[in-house]
Structure formats: structure tokens, C-alpha cells
Design a protein around this ligand. Structure first.
Ligand code: NG6
Ligand code: CA
Length: 501
């Protein structure tokens, strides 16, 4: 209260708001965490006390969505405010892909910078790096520094894709120039062992794919040689990212800052630190959730120690839904027990069904947001860009963040409703509006056999009432043709950029 009056008086006196009045923004963006994976979303087989603390302090969302059921398009949409399915080349990228964000366009971090924020990214990138020929041994550009971040400490793509090195700003960390890195996604390089030829060298075996370069006894996607001194240590990755995120917060503490902290947990290969081994009965997938919660705890502690908790908007979400077997034999299926990574929802990562994109979203901001709220508002991560532009007082021009809507009142728990409609993207597009969800016709296999994921494919459009039937068990399309027609028309308008908001 005091705080708000103080700043109101400041404004009334015609003085510029002091920098400290702007809330810091920290987004912890987990990988492949499902709607049912956190104890604050009902999980019993794993405890996530630090995440639960964010929920208790702020708002927990029951109907929040990543833009897509896989990583790259979700991240692209979140950072640009434009649905990735409008742009070619935005699906899951190989580890040697070129940067797919256009440095000439305003991004969420660039907008925050314009508002006076110091901006940083730590963790998984997976949006490509460089332009033209990419040489990992030289300056890597363009990258995060060209699209709005003041500093970056990255894993270039995914934990299961080479090169298995960190990139700080524009350079690979710890590289010895006498041992240059070479990366190839088409053919093996020289006589280096591979997962396919040398399974005896592996400590974690693939269940499908992932049989190329061997790094730290784990075979990956893509071939790589050299860079031995720069290779990451999988078991120390979470601690390294937490330390780098902590360092960014520490260095930025006197100015408003925006940190995009994208964890590797709980993506494959799941190799949490030994101190988390056996913390759940679910094997590495469960233990990686505990490690993720530890990471969150490190950020909470850092903010507390620097007395920044009160005026920091801390958010947590995931880039897509959960997957159990995503290509390694890590006991995830055998040890799952009664745990339901998707909670009450159907499908998971890659799927048109709800669990593909409906993910946990938590937001706390003690200075303003009331604790302990649960919000059923329909919101998308694509909305962060415009919502934060309103909060930061930056006017967006036509064409900037075109799919992003101002959901700040909903995000702060001050308004119970969110979007009128929202698009989910997986194999096909789905439209949510009112209680209904329309999945476009998308013939194809029903299941990814290896990962046992239901894709939600069908030759005809499907219609579900996700408010009374969140598990999408009753297809209403045949019963309600007028609704199918109406929603198909609205989806057509969304595609043309002409849908009423
Ligand atoms: C798939 C990988 C999967 C994972 C995914 C991307 C195989 C067989 N499967 O192609 O393991 O890496 O891509 O995940 O290679 S994401 O979360 O980054 O979208
Ligand atoms: Ca992911």
C-alpha cells in the first residue's frame, strides 16, 4: 500500500518514476513439463514445494497455453508475439539451424529494452544461431544479442542435439582453438564412434533416434567432433544455468531487469544431478522434476537475498506438454506408476489434444498481486509480449506482436476472463472458444507408437466441450454441425488476421 501511494505521489508531483518502480520480470520457462507434473496441479508422486510457493504467493492458471505442442514454435511465438504457424521454417530446429528471429523486428526482449529494462536469456535457445555459414569456433552472430538481449548464456538447441556446448553472448564457452568444433547433421564426421555403431559405449541408450554423436556416454541427434574442453556436463547443467541466472539477477539488481530463464529440465536426455537420484520413485523423469523445482528454489532465494521478491513479477510455464518416452531408455514408462503427466487432459507433447499446449502457468508479484488465486482465464504465452508492453508503457506499432493480446488484467488475477478465442498448434490447428474446442481435420497416424502419444488426428474435424469434458472423450462434431461450421469460419478469420478480438 505504502509503496503504491509513494509512487502515485511521485507521479502527481510530475516526477519521472524512479527506475525501481518498474517491476523486474523473470520468466522461468521449463521444457516438456505437463499440466499434471507439479504438486500445485495435483501431482502426488512428486513434490514441487518451490513452484507451489509461487502458486501460493500469486495466481495459478488452469487454462494457460503455450503456442504450440513443440518447443521452437512456442518460443518463436512467445518472443515475437506472432503465431509461428504463420511462418515457414519455425518447426523443431536442428542444432545447426540459422537464427529464425528477424533482428529487424521488435521482439519481447527488445520491447523491454526500449522500456528501460536490462534483458538477459539463460538456458535453452532452440531458435537457431548465425546466418549463412556457421562456424562454432568464431564469433556467432546474429543471435540473442541481435534480437534484444543484453546478455546470453545458452544451450544452442536441445540437450539431445549437438553441439553439446554452452554459448556465452557470441562465443562457445571454454573452447580450445587447437581442438575446433565441427558439426554435421547429415553424415558422420571421420571415424568418431556413434550410438549406432558403438552402443557398448553408451550409459543411456536411445529408444528411438538419438544414435549419432556420443557425448558423455549418451548418443545425440547430429554429429560433432572436437571442442572437448567445451563440452557440457549433463549432470551439472541445471546448477550451471541456475548460477548463470543468479549472476544475471545479481548484476542487474539496481536496474529493472527482464530475465528469460529457459531450463533444460525436464527434456531428454534426463540426467539430473546425482543428488536428485531416487528423490521420486519415477526414475530420471521424476527426479528431473525435483531438480527443476530446486532450480526454481535457487531463483526464489536469490530474489529474497537481494530483497527483490516484492517488486518482481515471477512467472513459470512450460514450452509444450509432457512426453514420457521421448527417445531414450530412461525408465520413464516403466516407473510412471499412477502419475499422470497430463493431469486430467488427453494427449501430450506433439498432440492436438489439450495436453499438447495446456501447461502450468504461475505468476507472483507480491507488491501487487493477491496471493492464492486460481484463475480459469484463457490465456496464451503469445500474449506476454503485448501484456508487458502495456505494463511497461511501450506503444506497439501496427504489425508488431500481431497475435499478442493484452491479457495483463487476467495475468495479474484482476480479471477472471481472458481471451475470447485461442489457437492451439500441433499437427493441425485447433480453436478454443467458449466451452468448445475445434480440431481441424488432419488425417494421419493416431499415435506416435514409440512415445505412446495420441496425436488427435482424424479425417474429419473434431469438436469437444472442454469445460464439461476436459479429457476430450466425446466428439460432438456429428451432433453439432452448426458449431463446427461457425468455429471453422472463425478459425479461417484468425488465419487471415481478421478475427474480432
Ligand atoms: C524430436 C526428438 C525428441 C525431441 C524433440 C524436440 C527424435 C526421435 N525425437 O525430433 O527427442 O528432441 O524432437 O523436442 O529425435 S522439443 O521440446 O525441443 O520440441
Ligand atoms: Ca519442449
Amino acid at each position: 500500500m505504502f509503496r503504491r501511494e509513494f509512487f502515485a505521489n511521485f507521479a502527481a508531483a510530475g516526477l519521472a518514476r524512479p527506475a525501481a518502480a518498474k517491476p523486474n520480470v523473470v520468466l522461468i520457462y521449463a521444457d516438456d513439463i505437463g499440466y499434471g507434473d507439479l504438486s500445485c496441479y495435483g501431482a502426488k508422486a512428486v513434490k514441487t514445494p518451490n513452484l507451489d510457493r509461487i502458486a501460493q504467493r500469486g495466481v495459478r492458471f488452469t487454462d494457460a497455453h503455450s503456442s504450440s505442442a513443440t518447443c521452437t514454435p512456442s518460443r518463436f511465438s512467445m518472443l515475437t508475439g506472432e503465431y509461428a504457424w504463420r511462418r515457414a521454417g519455425t518447426s523443431v530446429l536442428p542444432g545447426d539451424a540459422r537464427l529464425i528471429l528477424d533482428p529487424a523486428r521488435l521482439t519481447w526482449p527488445a520491447m523491454m529494452k526500449r522500456a528501460g529494462y536490462r534483458t538477459g536469456v539463460v538456458g535453452k535457445w532452440h531458435l537457431g544461431l548465425g546466418a549463412g555459414e556457421l562456424d562454432w569456433n568464431r564469433e556467432i552472430k546474429p543471435g540473442p544479442l541481435e534480437v534484444g538481449f543484453d546478455s546470453a548464456f545458452l544451450m544452442p538447441a536441445t540437450g539431445d542435439r549437438v553441439p553439446c556446448v554452452y554459448v556465452k553472448d557470441r562465443y562457445v564457452v571454454g573452447l580450445d582453438p587447437r581442438d575446433p568444433i565441427r558439426v554435421d547433421y547429415r553424415k558422420p564426421i571421420g571415424e568418431e564412434p556413434t550410438g549406432k555403431k558403438n552402443p557398448e559405449l553408451l550409459r543411456m541408450k536411445p529408444s528411438f533416434g538419438h544414435d549419432m554423436a556420443i557425448v558423455n556416454g549418451v548418443s545425440r541427434i547430429g554429429y560433432m567432433t572436437g571442442g572437448k574442453s567445451a563440452l557440457w556436463d549433463d549432470e551439472k547443467m541445471a546448477a550451471r544455468f541456475a548460477a548463470e541466472a543468479g549472476r544475471f539477477i545479481e548484476e542487474s539488481r539496481t536496474e529493472p531487469f527482464f530475465l528469460y530463464f529457459a531450463t533444460h529440465d525436464i527434456h531428454v536426455p534426463r540426467l539430473p544431478n546425482k543428488r536428485f537420484t531416487g528423490k521420486t520413485a519415477m526414475g530420471p523423469r521424476g527426479d528431473a522434476i525435483v531438480e527443476l523445482d530446486w532450480t526454481v528454489g535457487e531463483i526464489l532465494k536469490k530474489l529474497d537475498r537481494l530483497r527483490l521478491t516484492d517488486n518482481t513479477i515471477l512467472m513459470f510455464s512450460s514450452d509444450n506438454g509432457p512426453v514420457i518416452d521421448d527417445g531414450y531408455r530412461d525408465d520413464a514408462v516403466a516407473k510412471l506408476g499412477s502419475h499422470r503427466p497430463s493431469g486430467p487432459l488427453r494427449g501430450g507433447k506433439y498432440s492436438n489434444f489439450e495436453a499438447g499446449t495446456r501447461v502450468p502457468l504461475l505468476l507472483s508479484w507480491p507488491a501487487r498481486v493477491k496471493p492464492g488465486r486460481v484463475s480459469d482465464a484463457l490465456v496464451g504465452q503469445v500474449d506476454f509480449f503485448r501484456s508487458f508492453s502495456r505494463l511497461a508503457g511501450v506503444d506497439l506499432k501496427a504489425g508488431e506482436a500481431p497475435d499478442s493480446q493484452d491479457m495483463m488484467p487476467a495475468l495479474l488475477g484482476e480479471q477472471p476472463t481472458g481471451r475470447k478465442w485461442l489457437v492451439e498448434h500441433a499437427r493441425a490447428l485447433s480453436l478454443r472458444t467458449g466451452p468448445y474446442k475445434l480440431i481441424e481435420a488432419n488425417p494421419g497416424p493416431k499415435l506416435i507408437v514409440n512415445s505412446n502419444t495420441e496425436l488427435g488426428s482424424a479425417t474429419l474435424p473434431q469438436l469437444y466441450d472442454v469445460s464439461s469434458d476436459p479429457g476430450e472423450t466425446q466428439d460432438l462434431a456429428a451432433q453439432m454441425p452448426a458449431k463446427v461450421k461457425e468455429m471453422t469460419a472463425l478459425l479461417g478469420q484468425v488465419k487471415n488476421g481478421a478475427a474480432p478480438l
